[in-house]
Design a binder for this molecule. Sequence first.
Ligand code: NAI
Ligand code: MG
Length: 342
Amino acid sequence: TPVKIAVAMGDGIGPEIMKATLKVLTAAGANIEPEFIELGEKVYLSGNTSGISEHAWNAINSNKIIFKAPITTPQGKGYKSLNVTLRKSLGLFANVRPVNALHPYVPTNFPNMDVVIIRENEEDLYAGIEHRQTQDVYQCLKLITRPGCERIVRYAFEYAKVYGRKKVTCMVKDNIMKITDGLFHKVFDEIALEYPEIKSKTQIIDIGSARLAAKPENYDVIVTANLYGDIISDIAAEIGGSVGMCGSANIGKNVAMFEAIHGSAPDISGQGIANPSGLMNAAVAMLAHIGQPEIADKVKNAWLVTLEQGYHTADIYKEGVSLKKTNTQEFAEKVIENLGKN
Ligand code: NAI
Ligand code: MG
């Protein structure tokens, strides 16, 4: 029987890249049954400040797997980020974001880059403790807990172990935030002792992200707090080729959510030119997660072959390297043609 998943088409480029990705999944024979849910802009503008309809909650709670295109959070007061709401209320504590260069097929200055960023996904400045203190003073509080640190650090080391990775780097700013980031660092050191076969190292986030941008090949798995992870994963994706290339898995105890790392890209939406690769990679991670690794490999290989052939969307297109600039749907068609190749 097909695995039921809650599917959100998203806003901006969301529906364009989701349509393309679902087409590929169907052609690949993924044994899934999408249940479409309403999330995002329309729900917000209907007066629901959480951005999530009641039907969506029911579908999420019964299906436990969410496949989500990026959504737009409307500007203005009172709208809560639904990404934060979903991650927090579903306990999606780990945000796993792999970035690897596809040299020489996709232009990048860093041919040997192969990094996985594991971002704590519920705490830190995203815990939602933000308020106006007095007329002119506004506060956002950083929340770091020992169980939260233990969960994410252990997840990072287990991930490294399972995927045969050699090194985990912790990035925090404990020279300044001695108590909160200090706890993250301390827990990292404690748990690292349980994994003597995996190298461990801590770097202050500012120099760490600078070095990542200069020599990404020196990094393997990175574990970090929520805000830092948000920032360095966009940097990593962009220097790896494009922010449009990377997918993510948001992992919790009972529920998992798969999405691209980027947003709804209003600047290019409606043109049909967005790169669907990030969402396709998220789909690959989802298929592996729900026990369909053969289909996951089939999609991943066809995607790689398509990039190797030089069919590139505008964000990664480069004269002399690419064969043809494709739009979103053409790219998906090529991936479908390549199913079964590797
Ligand atoms: P963004 O990631 O949407 O776009 C940043 C830049 O990257 C833009 O120039 C865009 O054209 C480009 N880009 C992004 N994805 C691309 C793709 N697949 N192919 C080609 N180019 C791509 O970030 P921005 O502009 O800061 O945010 C736009 C909206 O998205 C906001 O409302 C924000 O709240 C929302 N957002 C939603 C997320 C989610 O649903 N998970 C995550 C991040 C932002
Ligand atoms: Mg982000």
